[in-house]
Design a protein around this ligand. Structure first.
Ligand code: GAL
Length: 460
């Protein structure tokens, strides 16, 4: 039996836009994702999050299902425009009540709420009036929004995550135009990233000054990173892999843990990288009580000598390729999920060690990991043994990392239920509970049953 540390947190995760629906209900304003999905051609199946899992109307049933499945922690996000329809100014009472009730319902069922303040659904007003994350003022708006949330929910919420995956926000939203707000630029990602870091730090500052001592919670940020394995043993490929990780996770974690953008970025793009002033840097450094990590996959990294050698469009997700001179590739032997993401469990262990060493042994919480499979309902059941195999294999590697001394404190499976998967719409199912999007019916997959046991036994 593989068991985990006694206080290990086991949970599942979701995000507001992906599950709530109720897009124009309860006084909610619109977000950039409402606009993006309603723009023809942006989402593979032309779908949107208007209704999705309709969690807005079903949250009590969903939480009852969580409780029935023995889940102990639940990570979800607040929709900023549901709380502040204009992105600034007065809070929307109905939005506060919705989340307040959701939190109470979780606590009644002994499920610990882990609340993300921003999982990509920026109020559209902030995009239209201020250019979203490109404007330095966004940090003040975010801070005011965070203040409202700490004040309204902090008596009951003891785990806060400021931002989900700033890398995705800037690379897919401002670099490659595949996510909202749909901008394509080789410079804007660095500016947006800078203001995301400033916004995160401002929110943490207000939590620490005004709330933490009396509410007694913890606050951190969740970043995402794939592992980058050197393609060969050559020094050049090793350096390329290191560079790729600095441009990916280091971009957001170095300022917080080490007080500066990573060396690879400072050397290669000194003119594109904005500079922090002393005040910002003081707030950013040390601004995370735990290291939130979303991890899904691994690629090889190799050195590219000249720009012509760069496979810029091949995988596209390693940051801005021309700035890194890294080529990404995969091993044909690695199985792929239907997302095209390679299943490489040991990559997770290596990444955990990399984080442990670089950031001086932080407390790491895996706030997302999971996979999509071609789930089908047969005789009223969904047998997703492949998902069980995936999660078991990743958990095994996480367990090994813990045994080797890495401080991993928790694991959140993505996702509690199938939902709107961004640009892939409803073509991909990540949940351990199957959702029939026509009837709204939830069906526990075999992975839900398996995961219940893992949580119950604190291992498998
Ligand atoms: C993450 C994201 C989630 C979910 C997941 C699977 O990047 O935070 O919202 O979509 O990937 O694609």
């Amino acid at each position: 039996m593989t068991t985990f540390p006694q206080l290990f947190t086991w949970g599942t995760a979701t995000s507001s836009y992906q599950i709530e629906g109720g897009w124009q209900q309860g006084g909610k304003g619109l977000s950039i994702w409402d606009a993006f999905t309603h723009t023809p051609g942006k989402i593979i199946d032309a779908s949107n999050g208007d209704v999705t899992c309709d969690h807005y109307h079903n949250y009590k049933e969903d939480i009852a299902l969580m409780a029935k499945q023995g889940l102990k922690a639940y990570r979800f996000s607040l929709s900023w425009p549901r709380i502040q329809p204009q992105g600034h100014g007065k809070a929307n009472k109905e939005g506060i009540e919705f989340y307040s009730d959701l939190i109470d319902t979780l606590l009644e069922h002994d499920i610990e709420p882990w609340v993300t303040l921003y999982h990509w659904d920026l109020p559209i007003t902030l995009q239209l009036e201020y250019d979203g994350w490109l404007n330095p003022k966004i940090a003040d708006f975010f801070k005011a929004y965070a203040d409202i949330c700490f004040d309204a929910f902090g008596d009951r919420v003891k785990r806060w995550i400021t931002l989900n995956e700033a890398w995705v926000v800037v690379m897919l939203g401002y670099g490659q135009a595949v996510f909202a707000p749909g901008r394509e630029s080789k410079t804007e990602p660095y500016i947006a990233a800078h203001h995301l870091l400033r916004a995160h730090a401002g929110a943490v500052d207000i939590y620490r000054k005004k709330y933490q001592h009396k509410q007694g919670g913890l606050i951190g940020i969740t970043n995402n990173c794939d592992w980058r394995e050197p393609l060969t043993d050559s020094q050049q490929d090793k350096e390329a892999a290191q560079r790729a990780l600095e441009f990916f996770l280091g971009w957001f974690a170095d300022p917080i843990y080490l007080g500066a953008y990573p060396p690879a970025m400072r050397e290669r793009i000194p003119d594109k990288l904005p500079r922090f002033n002393d005040k910002d840097l003081n707030l950013i450094k040390g601004s995370s009580d735990f290291f939130g990590l979303n991890h899904y996959t691994t690629l090889y990294a190799s050195h590219a000598e000249k720009e012509e050698q760069l496979d810029i469009d091949v995988y596209g997700n390693g940051g801005i390729a021309e700035d890194q001179y890294v080529n990404l590739s995969r091993n044909d032997a690695w199985p792929l999920t239907p997302m095209g993401w390679a299943i490489v469990p040991w990559g997770c262990r290596k990444l955990l060690h990399w984080i442990d060493q670089r950031y001086d042994h932080p407390a790491i919480v895996i706030t997302e990991n999971g996979c999509t499979r071609d789930d089908k309902v047969v005789d009223g059941k969904v047998d997703d043994q492949e998902r069980i195999d995936f999660v078991r294999a990743y958990l095994n590697e996480i367990h090994t990392a813990i045994e080797q001394g890495v401080d991993v404190r928790g694991y959140f499976l993505w996702s509690f239920m199938d939902n709107f998967e961004w640009a892939s719409g409803f073509t991909k199912r990540f949940g351990i509970n199957y959702v029939d999007f026509d009837s709204g019916k939830r069906i526990a997959k075999s992975s839900a049953k398996w995961y219940s046991q893992v949580v119950k036994n604190n291992g498998f």
